[in-house]
Design a protein around this ligand. Structure first.
Ligand code: ZN
Length: 224
């Protein structure tokens, strides 16, 4: 950090995104909000060919993590990047011991509307922090309706074949270990569909990690 940044930090200290107290230097949360993030058990989702996908989350979709995730509606790059760094630091090593970090893409229309993809910013920050290649291997084929508008069955058909591999995914070696990143897991159908598509690359492992996971009924149906 240079002198000017230090001076600016004194004049304009970073405030915690969750509670507006003083944040840790260069971060978006304060120490006490960071301390409220408690790991939740990973969740197993069924994939095609009798495979399963373990979804790891920093914590429940509540409190500080809820505030970090909803920051996407404000196009907050620093918040998404900070969330990615926190994920890189707090997720277990066996989760982040991979060859590629792959974000779940947004449809171009939603991307154009929102201006950025939070999962992409998180994945890029994780890639930098962990020194693991960032590879956007997926693209969206069709525009999905907002999941919260649909019943549980409709959510599955809404995203079943929504993803396709990008052309440059062809150079991914068979047996690669892939970490799939999204900001939020509610029903899990988006991660399932993305992982099913990635299986065409014949990786040895696909693991998913999200910033927050909706547990029970708490705020679970707001969006995705
Ligand atoms: Zn705080």
């Amino acid at each position: 950090m240079n002198v000017l940044q230090n001076v600016l930090r004194i004049i304009y200290p970073d405030l915690c995104f969750a509670c507006r107290e003083l944040a840790l230097p260069g971060e978006v949360l304060c120490l006490s909000c960071l301390g409220t993030i408690k790991p939740v058990a990973s969740r197993l989702l069924p994939l095609r060919k009798r495979q399963t996908l373990a979804v790891h989350a920093l914590g429940a979709y509540d409190g500080a993590l809820h505030k970090l995730v909803v920051a996407k509606f404000r196009r907050s790059f620093p918040t998404a990047q900070a969330a990615g760094r926190i994920m890189a630091q707090l997720l277990p090593e066996d989760v982040t011991d991979v060859d590629y970090i792959v974000p779940v893409p947004l449809h171009w229309w939603r991307y154009a509307n929102r201006g950025y993809n939070q999962a992409v910013e998180m994945a890029k920050a994780m890639s930098q922090e962990l020194n693991i290649p960032y590879r956007p291997l997926l693209m969206r084929r069709k525009f999905t309706k907002f999941q919260y508008l649909l019943s549980r069955d409709d959510r599955h058909s809404n995203v079943a074949d929504v993803f396709a591999l990008r052309k440059d995914a062809a150079d991914v070696v068979v047996g690669a270990r892939i970490l799939l990143i999204d900001d939020l897991c509610t029903t899990g159908v988006t991660l399932q569909a993305a992982a099913n598509t990635l299986q065409q690359l014949q990786p040895s492992t696909i693991i998913a990690a999200v910033c927050a996971r909706a547990i029970g009924q708490s705020r679970s149906s707001h969006f995705l």
